[in-house]
Design a protein around this ligand. Structure first.
Ligand code: E4P
Length: 219
């Protein structure tokens, strides 16, 4: 299972990367805006900085255009920035057409804003490298985000689709565990959800006991 961090914050990306367990980064226009990265030149430069931190991992950079020509134009500029850039394209008709175009050109893609199994089938047929179903946003509407992941895992297995399921909109450490149980290929999550996996009170109690016993024995 791959771990991506879902942020445009360079400090958090560095912290996740330094753990030695990071496989990539996803960003979106909201995350870029949150970091105050505005203007095309700055946005493109920021993607390069992220790629330089992660080195080996895929970095998703999202297009703003919603028409085929615009998505292709933007995607080619993004893909040209760094070999690890993955062009993130919304799940719309022109987006699917553009994903097919990028696939045929050997450019990696991440189909984003996926909320149904039908959308997942379309993206796989277009040859998307990654598919991003949004768990948390489905949960927010009273539906079951994990059930969406399970349905897509089943469908992709039925047909041997190679598109990787990149579970997104993760809100907790438990989402990561549930995704692992369901067989998602990748989780992209806030750094806090990854750090939450470290926590267990028995680890803290056990470590304190070991250190205390060692100290007493060595006084
Ligand atoms: C990542 O690819 C998505 O853009 C992101 O996970 C969305 O998360 P959110 O629902 O917390 O905004």
């Amino acid at each position: 299972m791959k771990f991506f961090v879902d942020t445009a914050n360079l400090d958090q990306i560095r912290e996740a990367n330094d753990l030695g367990i990071l496989d990539g980064v996803t960003t979106n226009p909201s995350l870029m805006a949150k970091e105050g990265i505005v203007g095309e030149k700055n946005v493109l430069a920021h993607y390069v900085k992220i790629c330089e931190i992660v080195e080996e991992g895929d970095v998703s950079a999202e297009v703003i255009s919603t028409d085929f020509e615009g998505i292709v134009r933007e995607g080619l500029i993004l893909a040209d920035l760094h070999p690890n850039i993955v062009v993130k394209v919304p799940m719309i008709k022109d987006g699917i057409k553009a994903i097919r175009y990028f696939t045929d050109e050997g450019i990696k893609t991440n189909c984003t804003l996926v909320f149904s199994p039908g959308q997942a089938i379309l993206a796989a047929k277009a040859g998307a490298t990654y598919l991003s179903p949004f768990i948390g946003r489905v949960d927010d509407t009273g539906w079951d985000g994990m059930d969406l992941i399970k349905q897509i895992v089943e469908i992709y297995a039925n047909y041997g689709f190679e598109t990787e399921i990149l579970a997104a909109s993760i809100r907790s450490s438990n989402h990561i565990i549930e995704c692992a149980k369901a067989g998602a290929d990748v989780v992209t999550c806030p750094l806090s959800s990854i750090l939450g996996l470290f926590k267990h009170p028995l680890t803290d109690i056990g470590l304190a006991q070991f250190l205390s016993d060692h100290k007493k024995a060595n006084q």
